[in-house]
Design a protein around this ligand. Sequence first.
Ligand SMILES: [Zn+2]
Length: 177
Amino acid sequence: MNFCSQCGAPVVLKVPADDDRPRHVCPSCGTIHYQNPKLVVGCIPVWDDQILMCRRDIEPRKGYWTLPAGFLENGETAADGARRETLEETGATVADLTPYLMVDIVHIHQIYLMFRSRLLAPEFHPTRESSEVKLLRKNDIPWDDIAFKVVEKTLRYYLQDRPSDRFPFRIDKIEKK
Ligand SMILES: [Zn+2]
């Protein structure tokens, strides 16, 4: 951050009184600009033994396969956000969202919350964000072309749990290489 979003003056980086880390502080109006991690919400949309995946048509990782996920917006619940992202990226409607996996990615200031979900119908289509949307069986998952580590983790946990039909809530993390 370079300029204060309240008054437009240049901000400085300093540790405010009674704080323990540097913040962007506006010397003109006194506003302290706190920056906090963002929540990314997404789905594992399931139809029978198949998982709905999409091929990214936007950067980053354009051309690679992913599960629908994106930043939670103000004014929506985590589940609403995951449902919206799924609709935006795949054209599909999901129901019965159940929290399944939380992944801390501290170095990029993100937390992922992935939900299991059920496709209401096997209806989906390419979208502005996805060049291809497909239902994939376990053996068809393109492991070498997965867009993000968090997506790979989500798929592996899900496929590991599926034979027992027990899906405990899981917590994992991704650390800087
Ligand atoms: Zn200011």
